[in-house]
Design a protein around this ligand. Structure first.
Ligand SMILES: [Zn+2]
Length: 181
């Protein structure tokens, strides 16, 4: 499926990515928990979310929880059923948290969105982060990670300079782990 998608007709953006003043702060533990979830899926793609809070003017956002949805996993894709997504939203809402980023793993070093990823993205307000090698990643953020933002009708992959400015890894605090599986 993935091959067909990659060979398919994912159109090019009509305009380049425009940097925004928005910043997402991600505690180091939120990144580590996501990698652990992905590695435990063993040779299958996997999805999780970063939930947290946005400030009133929508410039700064901070991740406070890693949320894992019930999902179907396969070697080359994953699927979060609609009712599983509803469960995630209800659970997170009870903590007063909003969806800030969706993350999923890819089998190899390619971290560009597929057509499937464009269509499966559950929120265009949230960022989309693609992690290589089924979550086996150790590097300086964001080298080798695909950070995508929806802008002007297209999911743009940010270059490393923009990704580093848009998503900042910080030392604390510890985040909550919400496993909805
Ligand atoms: Zn993907």
């Amino acid at each position: 499926m993935r091959e067909a998608e990659l060979e398919g007709t994912r159109r090019r953006p009509e305009s380049p990515y425009l940097p925004t003043p928005q910043v997402l702060r991600v505690p180091r533990s939120a990144l580590a928990l996501a990698l652990e979830v992905f590695q435990r899926a063993v040779q299958r793609e996997c999805c999780c979310f970063w939930y947290g809070a946005r400030d009133a003017d929508d410039v700064e956002a901070e991740v406070r929880a890693v949320v894992v949805p019930r999902q179907q996993q396969a070697r080359l894709n994953y699927l979060v059923p609609v009712d599983a997504m509803r469960t995630v939203q209800q659970c997170a809402a009870s903590f007063g948290l909003v969806n800030l980023a969706q993350l999923h793993s890819h089998p190899d070093v390619h971290v560009e969105h597929s057509l499937y990823d464009d269509e499966m993205a559950n929120s265009r307000r949230a960022l989309s982060v693609v992690v290589p090698n089924y979550g086996h990643w150790r590097n300086d953020w964001p080298a080798g990670i695909g950070v995508h933002e929806f802008q002007c009708g297209f999911w743009h992959r940010l270059d490393d300079a923009n990704a580093r400015r848009r998503v900042i890894i910080v030392d604390g605090p510890e985040v909550t782990f919400l496993d909805c599986r």
